[in-house]
Design a protein around this ligand. Structure first.
Ligand code: GDP
Length: 447
């Protein structure tokens, strides 16, 4: 247990009706007594005067006292609910610092809660994700993780892996002959069942991660095909926040927008011309990089321009650059000029970015192809969770292969142990210190 007492303003900066200061650590009780008088009864709001070091009141408001271990952090915790003005909050904070408390670092309250076994890592992360949630579906998924659904699923998997490993290791210790052929059959089935559940969990977590981070869509195409216009048409009245990364129009533009609650990060690329000056080459390099990491590419063509030849270097170059795994949707633009009917055509989605014709169908297609049915149970997840699930799945595959090959219990058990470790990192059952530091340092102060 840390021997420091930490404090921080837990409400956002600025002015508000109420501002909350949170205190946690071994000297919380004496600090609070010094500022507000005798400790109030546990977990009940008491109205008090908050005294400065000269005895003059800094503010007045509610005090809440949560003696450990039944508190958020597991330590003695108190909250001072004063008036939410920056000067009042700062003076109260200074008062506590003057009494020996330390300013909490980002995420330190949650990290203490985790260290004291009050919450597992997925729940700690879900707190941060709920606060950061940019859409209703992301917030719903974060609450599911906060309530422990993700953690329970992972813990159940880890338990099943452990049981199987124990079973195999008992075989190693007690059997004269290794289990062979038929004897391993039951084991194979059990591993297969676990593999299926890991895959199912990976699917749900993948959806959660996309909800959390949004999907990346790249808009590519020749200059003047209408890429910027299409982006504006997609953003519509969503008032997209457009940020030019560097001060050049040739750079990649990032826009964040929502299509029915599905967060999208749209990259408008510089066009894929070869050559050009240094700035242009840099734009091309970034465009290619963005495309490799995209979830989907919108390839914009101009319906009034001559059809792209099969050997058009821009298209062949593009195809050569693209990982086969990134799906491409072709958008045939400027149909207001060509006179084509809007909607689905055999060469893509026919739209006019200018008039908006065909845009509804394109938006629906994007939502359907990228989005997920958000009525499905999804828990919020992060890239690190997906990596752990992938590592776990790979180790389980190895175990399965070893079992099929009749490699002996020892090898099978070893791979299962690896899977167990990988999955254990998700909830923090086995988590290296540096990972913990990285996770909590992204939290905001007071959390
Ligand atoms: P980008 O270079 O691919 O980003 O293309 P822009 O979005 O800048 O568009 C190039 C030109 O085509 C501009 O003058 C646009 O106004 C025009 N444009 C884009 N989309 C349409 C469309 O659907 N119909 C018509 N008539 N003009 C369009």
């Amino acid at each position: 247990m840390p021997d420091t007492t930490i404090c921080a303003v837990a409400t956002p900066p600025g002015r508000g009706g109420i501002g909350v200061i949170r205190v946690s650590g071994p000297t919380t009780a004496s600090l609070i007594e010094t500022v507000v008088g005798p400790l109030p009864s546990a977990r009940r709001a008491s109205f008090r005067r908050f005294a400065g070091d000269d005895g003059v009141a800094i503010d007045e408001g509610l005090v809440l006292w949560f003696p450990g271990p039944h508190s958020f952090t597991g330590e003695d915790v108190a909250e001072l609910h004063g008036h939410g003005g920056p000067v009042v909050m700062d003076r109260l904070l200074q008062r506590l610092l003057g009494l020996g408390a330390e300013l909490a670092s980002p995420g330190e309250f949650s990290q203490r809660a985790y260290s004291n076994g009050r919450i597992d890592l997925t729940r700690a992360e879900a707190i941060a994700d709920l606060i950061e949630a940019g859409s209703e579906s992301a917030a719903r998924a974060a609450v599911r993780s906060l309530q422990g659904e993700f953690a329970q699923t992972v813990e159940r998997l880890v338990r099943r892996l452990t049981d199987l490993r124990v079973h195999l290791e008992a075989g190693i210790d007690f059997a004269d002959e290794p289990l062979e052929g038929l004897a391993l059959d039951g084991v194979v089935q059990r591993i297969e069942a676990i593999a299926a559940e890991v895959a199912e969990t990976r699917r749900a977590a993948g959806r959660g991660q996309r909800l959390q981070e949004g999907l990346t869509v790249v808009i590519a195409g020749r200059p003047n095909a209408g890429k910027s216009s299409l982006l504006n048409a997609l953003a519509g009245r969503d008032a997209a926040i457009v940020t030019a990364l560097a001060g050049t129009t040739r750079d990649v533009l990032d826009t964040y927008l929502h299509i029915d609650g599905l967060p999208l990060r749209v990259l408008d690329t510089a066009g894929l011309r070869q050559g050009g000056d240094v700035v242009e080459q840099e734009g091309v390099r970034r465009a290619r990089q963005a495309m490799r990491e995209a979830d989907r590419i919108l390839l914009v063509t101009d319906d009034t321009a001559p059809a792209l030849a099969a050997d058009d270097s821009e298209i062949t170059d593009l195809q050569a650059e693209l990982p086969a795994s990134v799906p491409v949707t072709t958008v045939v633009n400027k149909i207001d000029l060509s006179g084509r009917t809007p909607g689905v055509a055999n060469d893509g989605f026919a739209v006019s970015a200018l008039t908006g014709d065909g845009m509804a169908a394109l938006r629906e297609h994007l939502r359907a192809s990228l989005g997920e049915d958000d009525t499905e149970a999804v828990f919020i997840a992060r890239r690190r969770h997906l990596q752990s699930l992938d590592a776990g799945a790979a180790a389980i595959d190895e175990a399965l292969e070893a079992a099929h090959a009749g490699a002996g219990e020892e090898l099978v058990a070893e791979s299962l142990g690896e899977a167990q470790r990988a999955l254990g990192e998700i909830t923090g059952a086995v988590t290296p210190e540096d990972l913990l530091g990285r996770i909590f340092s992204t939290f905001c102060i007071g959390k």
